[in-house]
Design a protein around this ligand. Structure first.
Ligand code: ATP
Length: 241
């Protein structure tokens, strides 16, 4: 197997909390430059998969590789050093810190490389011009949609090989969801490797190349977004309840 052509390879992943497995024998791939969605209802185990990739799930089995590097037993801070970065559910911005400070904290591993940090900051401002205008404002005083932009920008600042997003549309107003969708599409057009966890099927199909459906801790369906007909969508909707 040639893992290095893949941004992410997961094989036979199982794990959970307090020795109880909540995910069982999960295997899938994200090719380099591909955007892939994991869809599933509440409690299906989607966040648990992301936590396992970030090294945050203590109890896990199977194998996880990011661009050919085995991260199965890697500590979270090593994974965060350029392999993967996550936009967590609920955004979790640093309170009392400005937009720019939040962004720079995301890029703290690269702080000695000022040129690269400036380029990354510029990438974030190109994607979200509003953040440049608000760079000195308290990040947690922004609207929900703007805060989500900060969270995505903060993830971009560590220049990760793999971008993980956990339900970024949650709690956003319709207009903010449309802005988020447009931003994720632009990231995809830049051939970033993206793994998106969502409950919104429409958003996932619009932004991603392929989708997997997780139910009860297992992958129960998969497909290409552009081949997803009404029947496929009905099946996903049935799983999502
Ligand atoms: P949601 O959309 O609700 O976030 P999810 O698909 O991301 O759902 P997970 O958060 O991965 O689901 O949770 C899967 C299962 O693991 C759930 O039954 C949940 O109760 C359980 N679980 C999650 N976090 C913990 C934890 N820290 N300790 C114990 N059980 C947990």
């Amino acid at each position: 197997m040639n893992d290095t052509n893949d941004a992410l390879v997961i094989e036979g992943l199982a794990g959970g909390y307090d020795r109880f497995d909540v995910i069982h024998d999960i295997s899938f791939r994200v090719a380099r430059g591909e955007a892939v969605a994991i869809l599933g209802p509440n409690g299906a185990g989607k966040t648990t998969v992301l936590r396992a990739i970030m090294g945050l799930l203590k109890h896990r089995r199977g194998r996880i590789a990011i661009e050919g590097t085995d991260v199965t037993r890697m500590s979270p801070h090593r994974v965060a050093r350029g392999l993967a970065a996550m936009v967590p559910e609920g955004r979790r911005l640093f309170e009392g810190q400005s937009v720019e400070d939040n962004l720079r904290l995301g890029g703290i591993r690269l702080r000695r490389d000022r040129d690269r940090t400036s380029r990354l900051l510029q990438d974030v401002f190109d994607l979200f011009p509003v953040l440049k205008r608000y760079r000195d404002r308290d990040a947690t005083a922004l609207s929900g949609g703007e805060q989500q932009m900060v969270a995505i920008g903060r993830m971009m600042m560590s220049d990760p090989a793999l971008m993980l997003l956990d339900e970024p549309s949650l709690g956003l107003a319709p207009l903010a969801v449309a802005d988020l969708t447009a931003a994720l599409r632009r990231l995809r057009e830049q051939y970033r490797s993206i793994l998106l966890v969502e409950q919104r099927v429409d958003l996932a199909l619009e932004v991603c190349d392929r989708i997997y459906v997780v139910y009860g801790g297992r992958i129960v369906d998969e497909g290409r977004a552009d081949e997803m007909g009404a029947e496929g969508r009905a099946l996903i909707d049935a799983y999502l309840g």
